[in-house]
Write a protein that binds this ligand. Structure first.
Ligand SMILES: Cc1cc2nc3c(=O)[nH]c(=O)nc-3n(C[C@H](O)[C@H](O)[C@H](O)COP(=O)(O)OP(=O)(O)OC[C@H]3O[C@@H](n4cnc5c(N)ncnc54)[C@H](O)[C@@H]3O)c2cc1C
Length: 290
């Protein structure tokens, strides 16, 4: 039954006031509202549990901005996709994140949707998530009792479930700067815009020069499991190897074997496994130049 009553809401203008509301254990939990592009869809109760109290965090400037501190890129949770695409810091250090942002929805969604919303919404089809996993992103969570940091490999703990506690906000995303790291992103959807992904592949590795063996390889995928996942078999096939045809064949075969996606309205499991392997093969081939 759709929820016809608008839930109570608060719009704090400072982080401490927001934390105080979130810490209030009496009554239903406050559900943060950032850009609202996911949460508004749940508001009627027709899709998922509707929020019973809404905490509008859009005015929290502490959650905005992209900068570099030491060897870390810091991205405020309220950073929109448009801001990611326009950021010289992102272009210089993690261009694949800007490419992922460019595939999300269309201009309206990119102007309003935030990286924090994508991360906390925890959809397996969240398009920035594989890139964030491939670059070993860390998520800084804040509450009235302080801040703590959770790595991307520990954050998405189940289908649409995260390690965030109800009294916490995601404050920022931190990405270590690794000088010789390269990252590639590819999304497969039905169209070039307004398409929920069928398969997303992010590939990261370090190489001192173009004809050097790859190290620190990460293969992360979206839309092929209940959460964003790494592909350890494909990573093993690539680690310490040159990006030649034999390596690409082995990595693609390992990936196809280790994935266990589901059939759903967007795609079949067989299609997802086959396409994930082909995409990885193509990404390696593009780097190997053969
Ligand atoms: C038409 C349309 C097209 C879309 N296309 C895509 C697409 O191509 N790819 C894709 O990945 N997604 C897509 N989305 C989904 C959505 O736009 C993104 O997931 C977006 O990043 C959500 O961000 P938001 O700020 O709008 O989050 P909100 O809707 O405000 O929040 C989403 C969830 O995160 C929580 N939350 C948000 N910020 C914080 C925070 N700082 N701390 C704690 N909790 C927080 C909220 O409580 C809520 O549970 C689309 C949505 C629509 C409506």
């Amino acid at each position: 039954m759709p929820n016809a009553v608008e839930p109570p809401s608060e719009s704090p203008t400072g982080l401490e006031a927001a934390y105080a509301l979130l810490a209030d254990a009496a009554g239903a939990p406050w559900v943060p509202l950032a850009g609202g592009t996911d949460l508004m869809v749940q508001m009627t109760g027709e899709i998922g549990e509707p929020p019973h109290r809404v905490l509008d965090i859009w005015a929290l400037d502490e959650l905005r901005g992209i900068d570099v501190e030491g060897h870390t890129v810091r991205i405020g949770a309220l950073t929109t996709y448009t801001e990611l695409r326009r950021s010289s810091v992102i272009t210089d250090h993690i261009p694949a994140l800007g490419e992922a942002a460019a595939t999300i929805g269309a201009a309206q969604i990119q102007n309003r949707g935030t990286i924090g919303g994508n991360v906390v919404n925890a959809s397996p089809a969240g398009d920035t998530l594989p890139v964030l996993m491939a670059v070993d992103a860390r998520f800084v969570l804040g509450s009235s009792s302080g801040e703590r940091t959770v790595g991307a490999d520990q954050f998405w703990i189940g289908y649409r479930k995260t390690a965030r506690r109800p009294d916490e906000l995601l404050v920022r995303v931190e990405i270590p700067i690794v000088p010789e790291r390269r990252v590639r992103f590819r999304k497969i959807g039905t169209r070039r815009a307004q398409a929920i992904s069928k398969v997303v592949v992010a590939l990261a590795w370090s190489a001192t020069k173009d004809d050097a063996a790859w190290t620190n390889v990460r293969v992360a995928l979206g839309s092929v499991a209940a959460t964003t996942v790494r592909a350890p078999g494909a990573e093993r096939a690539l680690e310490g190897a040159m990006p030649d045809v034999g390596t690409a064949d082995a990595a693609a075969a390992a990936l196809t074997n280790e994935l266990a996606p589901i059939d759903d309205v967007r795609s079949t499991a067989a299609y997802r496994r086959m396409v994930a392997g082909r995409v990885l093969h193509r990404l390696i081939r593009d780097e190997g130049g053969w």
